[in-house]
Write a protein that binds this ligand. Structure first.
Ligand code: EPS
Length: 369
């Protein structure tokens, strides 16, 4: 029984709506936890004016009674404070959905495209992802993230993977390396001064996952594919890496693959985790690591060359209110994406009408490791 979800809503419409289906009965769903996740997504140096306007809060309207899931679809609403929709967006912005959206849906301007293509949609994904996180937490699984690069500035590798979110959330760009964080903020400030934008990389980790979630038996069950689809559909993500997949493509097999050793307790251990916790489309019991590569925000204060679709003339792209860098928030959205993929794959394996049944099956999986 896979988890399914859907979101709806325009960036400057009345509200966002979302439904997640397949969560068993008996899961504690605390709306304060969801609101905490929504606040995390709103922070970050480099965000625009809009984040001073919004105070995102989740209103749970179905599927939860007295703070506990009842097995039916869970529906959530988030109000939009900003309803100042730009009309007549004809100077289509390169890098956005604007031009292709107008052609595809036959609009006379790109405003309806921008309204739905907007990354505002990730607010609802974070809310639904928070429900997925609560499900995963029941099994001791934590999904966290940190910024590893903004522009050309890279963070040092971590010494320890404990309390990633607690440490990252204290930093203005969600980077655990203080010196790199300072240089990242300088880069963002420089981009802003130039009327430009910056992208970067966020790393999502999921720890405490039992081996054997996902499967090699069928393409639709492969967990790496599910994660790539979810993370790859977060606006601005142009590449998704699992483990050291990108560097791994340049080295010998002997330099990449994680060797397996017999542990004294009769279990198995690996000393490295270059596979990022997934082999053969399944979890192998190691920490899952996923990196989301974000392109620079395509709305530039210094508009790029483009065409006005009404006059046919070469103009500068519309410079709407926007963000300079969304990587810190993007990491939180990518966390939600990984949580949704993992929750879905885990529920496929565990099934269960109730959380108690799912927990019992998880225990059996754990003892088989
Ligand atoms: C976005 C443009 C900005 C961002 C928005 C994404 O909104 P506005 O046009 O209202 O200033 O702030 O992100 C959010 C609203 C959000 O909640 O993340 C865009 O065009 O994608």
């Amino acid at each position: 029984m896979a988890i399914e979800y859907i979101t709806a809503g325009e960036s400057h419409g009345e509200m966002l709506a979302g439904i997640i289906k397949g969560i068993p009965a008996g899961l504690g769903v605390d709306s304060r936890f969801i609101d905490g996740e929504l606040s995390r997504r709103q922070l970050g140096y480099g965000r625009g004016e809009r984040m001073n306007i919004e105070r995102d809060r989740a209103k749970i309207i179905s599927g939860v009674i007295n703070g506990t899931s009842i097995g039916s679809p869970i529906a959530i609403l988030i109000d939009n404070a900003a309803r100042d929709r730009a009309d007549k967006l004809t100077a289509v912005r390169p890098g956005h959905a604007d031009l292709s959206g107008v052609i595809k849906y036959g609009f006379s301007d790109a405003s309806p495209v921008a309204e739905r293509a907007s990354a505002r949609e990730t607010a609802m994904r974070v809310a639904l992802g928070a429900v997925a996180k609560l499900y995963l937490k029941t099994f001791g699984i934590a999904v966290e993230s940190r910024t590893v690069a903004i522009g050309k500035v890279r963070a040092e590798a971590l010494d320890s993977y404990t309390d990633i979110n607690a440490r990252a959330d204290k930093d203005a760009v969600r980077c655990i390396d203080a010196a790199a964080s300072k240089r990242m903020r300088d880069e963002i400030a420089l981009a802003k001064e130039r009327g430009d934008t910056l992208g970067g990389v966020a790393e999502v980790t999921a720890s405490g996952v039992v081996a054997g979630i996902g499967s090699y038996v069928s393409s639709d069950l492969r967990l790496d594919g599910l994660i790539m689809r979810e993370v790859g559909s977060v606006p601005s993500v142009k590449a998704v890496e699992i483990g050291d997949g990108i560097d791994g493509s340049t080295v010998f097999g002997s330099e990449f693959h994680d060797r397996i050793y017999a542990a004294e307790n009769g279990k198995y251990i690996r000393m490295t985790n270059r596979a990022g916790g997934i082999e053969g489309g399944m979890t192998n019991g190691e920490r899952i690591t996923v990196r989301a590569y974000f392109k620079p925000v395509p709305t530039l204060a210094n508009g790029l060359d483009t065409v006005d679709i009404i006059t046919g003339k070469n103009v500068k792209a519309a410079a709407l209110r926007s963000d300079v860098c969304i990587v810190p928030a993007g990491g939180v959205a990518a966390e939600a994406a990984v949580a949704l993929a993992l929750c879905s794959a885990l529920s496929t394996v565990l099934g269960g009408d109730t959380m108690d049944e799912a927990i019992e099956r998880y225990r059996k999986k754990r003892s088989a490791e």
